[in-house]
Design a protein around this ligand. Structure first.
Ligand SMILES: *Cc1c(COP(=O)(O)O)cnc(C)c1O
Length: 370
C-alpha cells in the first residue's frame, strides 16, 4: 500500500544526517529540532501556533482537554472514520454523537451535523478523510451560530487546501478552533515512528495546549492543570524537518498517481472513482473506489491473487464496533455508513508509484470489470 523504503532511499543522505545530528547532540527530549520543525510547519500552514505531541490520537485528546470539555458534553463526529476520535471522546467521559458522511466525498455531512446539534453540543470534529477537506464553510457558520468549538482532524490531510466562497484559501487544520494531525509513518507527512501536532491561531489556547502536553506545567515542577506526557521526539522532529520540505512534491506525486487511476478506471461499470470536491484540493492520503453490486470483496481477492495489495478503510462502522455498542445506536441507524463500509476499496497510494506499477494495477481491475 505504501513504499516508505524507496522514499527513504531518495532522501537518505539528508535523513541520515538529521538523525546523526540529534544523536550526537544527545538532546533527545525537546531538543532544538522540535521547535524549529514547529516554526517551519507554522509558516507552511499559515497558522500562529503549532504544538507538537506524541501522536495524532493524543492531539485530539489534548485538544478536548484544552477546550475544557466536561463529562456529558456532546461532541459530534462522523461515523465513517478511524477510531481515534471516538476513543478520546469516550476516555474523557464526553458524549459521542455520531453522524453520517456524504456518500460522494466520504466526509461528514453538513446536514447531518445541523440535525445533531443540541443545547449540550460543545464541539464538532470534522475529519478531512482520505486527503480532502470536509465542507468547512457551512460547518464554521453552524459552530458560530451555536457557540460550538471545531476540532479538525487533519491526520489524513496535512497540506490540503480549502477554498471559501469569498476566494480565501486556507490549509486544512487552520480553519477551526484547533487542528490535530498525525505524523504516523504512512500519513502524507510521516516520520519514522509516532508523532502528532495541534494547530491554533489562539495565543492563550496555544500556551495551555503546550503546558498540557508537558504534564500541565509552564514553570518546571509547578503544575497548573492536569496534563499528559505527550512530546514529539527530537529525532522524529529532525526527520520531519527534512520531509516537510518535500511535502508539496509528495502530495503532487500522489495526485499524479490518482490522475492515472482516474483515467484508467472511470466509466467502468460498477466502479466509482473518488469525487473531487469543488472547494478542496485532494492530496490522496488514500485513493478510494466504491465498488457496487457486491463485487468489492471479489475484486480484492482478485487483486491479491495478482500480488496487488488493497485495503478497506473502514470495514466496520464505529457504531457497530464491539467497544462502542454502549453508545446505544441500532444496527440500522446509519444506512449510508453501513453501505459505504461494504463498497469502499483503497488502492496502493504513495509517493513512489510509477506508470508500470499503476498500469499493472489498473489492467488487473479493467480485465475484471470490462
Ligand atoms: C491516523 C489517524 C489518527 C490517529 O493518529 P495516530 O498518530 O496514529 O494516533 C486520527 N484520525 C485519523 C482520521 C487518522 O487517520
Amino acid at each position: 500500500m505504501v513504499d516508505l523504503r524507496s522514499q527513504y532511499d531518495r532522501l537518505k543522505a539528508d535523513i541520515d544526517n538529521a538523525i546523526a545530528g540529534v544523536i550526537s547532540s544527545t538532546a533527545f527530549i525537546r531538543g532544538p529540532a522540535v521547535r524549529l520543525f514547529e516554526e517551519e510547519l507554522e509558516r507552511y500552514l499559515g497558522v500562529r501556533h503549532v504544538i507538537s505531541c506524541a501522536n495524532g490520537t493524543d492531539a485530539l485528546q489534548i485538544a478536548m482537554m484544552a477546550l475544557g470539555l466536561k463529562p456529558g458534553d456532546e461532541v459530534i463526529t462522523t461515523n465513517f472514520t478511524f477510531i481515534a476520535t471516538v476513543e478520546v471522546i469516550e476516555l474523557l467521559g464526553l458524549k459521542t454523537v455520531l453522524v453520517e458522511p456524504d456518500r460522494g466525498s466520504f466526509n461528514i455531512s453538513v446536514e447531518a451535523v445541523r440535525k445533531a446539534i443540541t443545547p449540550r453540543t460543545k464541539a464538532i470534529v470534522p475529519v478531512h478523510l482520505f486527503g480532502q477537506c470536509a465542507h468547512m464553510e457551512p460547518i464554521i457558520d453552524l459552530a458560530r451560530q451555536h457557540g460550538i468549538f471545531i476540532i479538525e482532524d487533519v491526520a489524513q490531510a496535512t497540506g490540503a487546501e480549502y477554498r471559501f466562497s469569498n476566494g480565501t484559501v486556507k490549509k486544512a487544520g487552520t480553519m477551526g478552533t484547533i487542528g490535530c494531525t498525525s505524523f504516523f509513518p504512512s500519513k502524507n507527512l510521516g516520520c519514522y515512528g509516532d508523532g502528532g501536532a495541534l494547530f491554533t491561531d489562539n495565543d492563550e489556547l496555544a500556551s495551555l495546549i503546550r503546558s498540557i502536553t508537558n504534564h500541565g506545567m509552564k514553570v518546571r515542577y509547578y503544575h497548573d492543570t492536569i496534563g499528559v506526557n505527550s512530546r514529539l521526539d527530537t529525532i522524529q522532529a529532525a526527520i520531519l524537518r527534512v520531509k516537510l520540505r518535500h511535502l508539496d512534491e509528495f502530495n503532487e506525486s500522489r495526485a499524479k498517481a490518482a490522475g492515472f487511476y482516474d483515467r484508467e478506471l472511470s466509466g467502468l461499470p460498477g466502479i466509482t472513482v473518488p469525487e473531487k470536491s469543488p472547494f478542496s484540493t485532494h492530496i490522496f492520503h488514500q485513493y478510494t473506489l466504491k465498488i457496487q453490486g457486491g463485487e468489492r470483496n471479489s475484486l480484492r481477492e482478485c487483486l491479491e491473487n495478482e500480488g496487488i495489495p488493497s485495503m478497506v478503510y473502514y470495514p466496520v462502522p464505529l457504531h457497530m464496533q464491539k467497544a462502542y455498542l454502549h453508545l446505544g445506536y441500532g444496527a440500522d441507524d446509519f444506512p449510508l455508513t453501513t453501505s459505504l463500509s461494504g463498497e469502499v476499496l483503497s488502492l496502493p497510494m504513495h509517493t513512489e508509484l510509477d506508470e508500470e506499477q499503476l498500469s499493472y494495477i489498473t489492467g488487473c481491475i479493467r480485465s475484471k470489470f470490462n
